[in-house]
Design a protein around this ligand. Structure first.
Ligand SMILES: Cc1cc2nc3c(=O)[nH]c(=O)nc-3n(C[C@H](O)[C@H](O)[C@H](O)COP(=O)(O)OP(=O)(O)OC[C@H]3O[C@@H](n4cnc5c(N)ncnc54)[C@H](O)[C@@H]3O)c2cc1C
Ligand code: SF4
Length: 353
């Protein structure tokens, strides 16, 4: 049986208490939300915090409300709660992303904050301690263990790209591409106060230092703009239909005037160490015809540069990106769902055995 190393457990009741504790505990502390990723990681020694600061009882993090500008989601709201909310359903991309994370029991524990701060993934890293020891670990956890990503000289080799000075582990959460497509903002709190930023800015292109937030900052709130004129969706590729991490996620949000694109935000997940925001300038002002969609998908599929460190064959994953971009745009245009499921099936038919 895999057991976590001993740790101290703190359960603050307010945000002020939580930020003070995080500041005081130093590098060896981590935040615990639902624990659905962190606890298994601790058992496999990918993360070995000496102190866990639980966010479960921090009352300020549990609100789910709307005002005239934003849907406001506290970081400790569970994905289960999101999928049951009629308000969230109106932000279709977020609903689809949350509803496809893991399984219902996990979604009832898992929080949106934990999902957005999810560790990056790689076939060489997401293994148990013994397996990783057999290959002498890797740059992401060179001694078998990693707590916080420290800056400076890196030790260990990257088995995906042995000459590389950086880690290429993949951003693998579902909600980030959906929420970035919806132009969401976040609030972060620390002992120094609160700041707000676009969610897209939370992510860095590095498999080890994949979050730009300071160690002492807690993600407290996600702000999703209320724009009834925006249609959105999220398409997810995964090995097992029942539940699995994404190997491709396409978050897309469009504002259309009849069939003409007024605004577009399209984001790829699970193809790099951070979500990739695509350049949609060629779509603006265009009629969303089959030709325009094909041209956009051809041009932008090149932005997907997955490496050989997650599921499925590399070349096939690139081709499916094109199919999923096409499908998401056609869905937002209002195409018949039967035609759309054909796109998914055709893509699957290309699946290498
Ligand atoms: C079988 C299985 C299947 C899964 N499938 C998927 C999937 O399909 N898609 C997917 O996206 N995920 C999947 N997951 C991963 C995980 O369950 C989810 O990502 C979940 O949303 C993580 O949230 P959590 O609250 O449990 O986070 P935790 O495990 O508690 O924390 C995750 C990380 O976020 C940090 N953190 C948490 N809250 C905050 C905060 N407020 N501020 C700053 N840092 C914070 C923690 O310190 C930790 O580093 C799966 C997990 C399992 C076990
Ligand atoms: S990409 Fe390289 S360094 Fe990063 S987890 Fe995988 S093998 Fe390790």
């Amino acid at each position: 049986m895999m057991r976590a190393t001993p740790f101290r457990y703190l359960a603050p009741k307010s945000l002020g208490e939580a930020t003070a504790q995080l500041h005081a505990q130093g590098d060896s502390a981590m935040l615990l939300a639902g624990g659905t990723d962190l606890v298994p990681n601790m058992k496999r020694r990918q993360q070995t915090p000496r102190t866990l600061i639980s966010l479960r009882q921090v009352r300020e993090l549990h609100a789910l409300e709307i005002d005239d500008k934003f849907l406001r989601i506290g970081a400790a709201v569970t994905l289960g709660t999101l999928t049951e909310s009629a308000t969230v359903r109106r932000h279709h991309a977020l609903f689809r992303a949350a509803a496809q994370v893991a399984t219902p029991p996990i979604r009832n524990m898992a929080t949106i904050g934990g999902n957005l701060c999810l560790d990056t993934r790689c076939n060489y890293y997401n293994q148990n301690h013994e397996w990783r020891r057999a290959i002498d670990f890797c740059m992401k956890a060179p001694h078998g263990e990693a707590i916080e990503r420290s800056e400076g000289k890196q030790e260990g080799v990257c088995w995906v790209a042995p000459g590389s000075p950086r880690c290429w582990a993949v951003s693998s959460n579902d909600s980030a591409p959906a929420l970035i497509a919806l132009d969401a903002r976040i609030r972060l709190s620390s002992n120094l106060g609160m700041r707000e930023a676009p969610l897209a800015d939370l992510y860095a292109d590095d498999g080890m230092s994949f979050l730009t937030k300071r160690r002492t900052e807690i993600l407290t709130e996600i702000l999703v703009p209320i724009r009834p004129e925006v249609r959105s969706t999220y398409w997810k590729l995964r090995r097992r239909g029942a539940f699995d991490f994404p190997v491709l996620g396409v978050g897309a949000a469009l504002e259309l005037d009849r069939n003409v694109v007024k605004a577009a935000r399209i984001v790829l997940g699970a193809v790099a160490s951070r979500p990739i925001v695509l350049d949609t300038s060629s779509l603006i002002g265009a009629n969303l015809s089959d030709e325009a969609i094909d041209a956009f998908a051809d041009r932008t599929m090149k932005s997907a540069k997955p490496l050989d460190n997650t599921d499925f064959q590399l070349g096939w994953r690139k081709r499916v990106t094109r199919a999923y971009l096409t499908g998401a745009l056609k869905e937002l245009r209002g195409d018949d769902p039967a035609t759309l499921s054909l796109i998914g099936r055709r893509a699957s038919a290309l699946l290498p055995i």
